[in-house]
Design a protein around this ligand. Structure first.
Ligand code: NAD
Ligand code: MG
Length: 387
């Protein structure tokens, strides 16, 4: 049976992994819409290859170029933030949400408000919108399939179990490429060093988040919303091999874990085929070759981001949206060579300390708070001695 698919963020790392699976099963998928921010040539080539009906660029200035690139193909072209939301609100069987950052929130909410099935990789959208998104999911009868590998692992472990039987959910963290570095070395870490992840190949922003451990902080907040067991039952453990993607312990002390290769095609396949299974081209897991699985406590003295995230979700209100926005600004500044690696968490902490926001009630509230927090973080970047 052919199913229709819209892929938000088609030119990114998750986008490429998703399209690799679609390419291997061409008769199972009909691509409705593909989106990107700029990357016009790449987007147009993908739209032609997959026979998409619509291609959208978030950056409206790129629209004339997209139109030209799609001339004669019969594929519709659109551009701008509103066009992304309109693309996401077209009826389809599956939406894969793989835009990076809070920029993806509007389109994700549009897909949810249509009551669709959404494979959610775009964790920043859920961290920012929190209850607003989860309430929309319930109100519109949408289905959220967690695509982030940890949350997909937890989702699989919970299958057939009751949330009320859960004693603890443990998110595993690789610790990132700088896990063993000293404070002095961390202060001098370059963007190239921070994005050189040992286990996963990912976009630049999430790679930096992985190095600072903010990725795990965002995932902790993401887990809080997806699996409402309460903060006291959420834990993080560092597991450098990235073989166990997360685990759930039940009240009888039985622990279920999901294991697999560190390749996002595994959790993406689990979402695309859900509630069934599909083939992936990956090699079988060879535990004897891996040899050892090890675990350690996160080092929050050197990597404070998980503490900041835990404090933000415990504080509630607008704190998680502020944390996310400040982090997006700080990571962009780090990647642009404007601040030191260790300033990223400091900028997030200062922004949180200087803002006080009530819990957003609507999508517009979340977006306004995101904009305000970005401005405040940018001010902090400008007015403090940085490099
Ligand atoms: P990426 O940078 O490789 O790709 C991002 C995509 O979003 C691109 O298609 C880009 O054109 C688009 N985009 C960027 N800014 C945009 C904007 N302002 N408006 C519209 N579109 C925009 O990122 P990625 O690594 O694929 O990550 C995507 C999301 O998935 C992130 O939220 C990330 O945290 C999450 N995620 C990624 C991985 C991974 O392995 N890469 C794993 C788990 C979760
Ligand atoms: Mg993850």
């Amino acid at each position: 049976m052919t199913r229709s698919l819209t892929l938000l963020g088609a030119t990114g790392s998750i986008g490429a992994s998703t399209l690799d699976l679609v390419r291997r099963n061409p008769d199972q998928w009909q691509v409705e819409a593909l989106t990107a921010n700029g990357s016009v040539a790449e987007l147009a080539a993908l739209a032609r290859e997959f026979g998409a009906k619509l291609a959208v660029v978030g950056d409206e200035a790129c629209l004339p170029e997209l139109r030209a690139a799609l001339a004669g193909s019969g594929i519709a072209a659109a551009g701008g933030r509103q066009a992304l939301c309109e693309a996401a609100s077209r009826p389809v069987d599956m939406t894969v949400a793989a835009i990076v950052g809070c920029a993806g929130l509007g389109p994700v909410m549009a897909a949810i408000e249509r009551g669709g099935t959404v494979a959610l990789a775009n964790k920043e959208a859920l961290v920012s919108a929190g209850e607003v998104m989860m309430q929309a999911v319930a109100r519109h009868g949408a289905t959220l399939l967690p695509t982030d590998s940890e949350h997909n692992a937890i989702f699989q472990c919970l299958s057939g179990n009751r949330l009320s039987d859960v004693a603890r959910i443990t998110l595993t963290a690789s610790g990132g490429p700088l896990r063993t570095w000293s404070a002095e070395r961390l202060a001098a870490a370059t963007p190239a060093e921070a994005v050189a992840h040992p286990n996963w190949s990912m976009g630049a922003k999430i790679s930096v988040d992985s190095a600072t451990m903010m990725n795990k902080g965002l995932e902790y907040i993401e887990a809080y919303h997806l699996f409402p067991v309460g903060l006291e039952k959420l834990a993080i453990v560092v597991h450098p091999q990235s073989v166990i993607h997360s685990m759930v312990e039940f009240r009888d002390r039985s622990t279920l874990a999901q294991l697999g290769p560190s390749d996002m095609r595994v959790p993406i396949a689990s979402c695309l085929a859900w509630p069934q299974r599909m083939e992936t081209p990956l090699a079988p897991l060879d535990l004897a070759a891996i040899g050892q699985l090890t675990f350690e406590q996160p080092n929050e003295a050197l990597f404070p981001a998980t503490r900041l995230a835990r404090e933000a979700i415990a504080a509630g209100g607008g704190a998680p949206a502020i944390l996310n926005a400040a982090n997006e600004i700080a990571v962009a500044a780090f990647l642009a060579g404007q601040i030191r690696f260790t300033r990223i968490a400091a900028v997030v902490e200062e922004t949180l300390a200087r803002m006080n926001a009530a819990a957003p009630q609507t999508l517009e509230d979340v977006m306004a708070l995101d904009t305000a927090a970005r401005a405040r973080a940018a001010e902090i970047l400008e007015t403090s001695a940085l490099v």
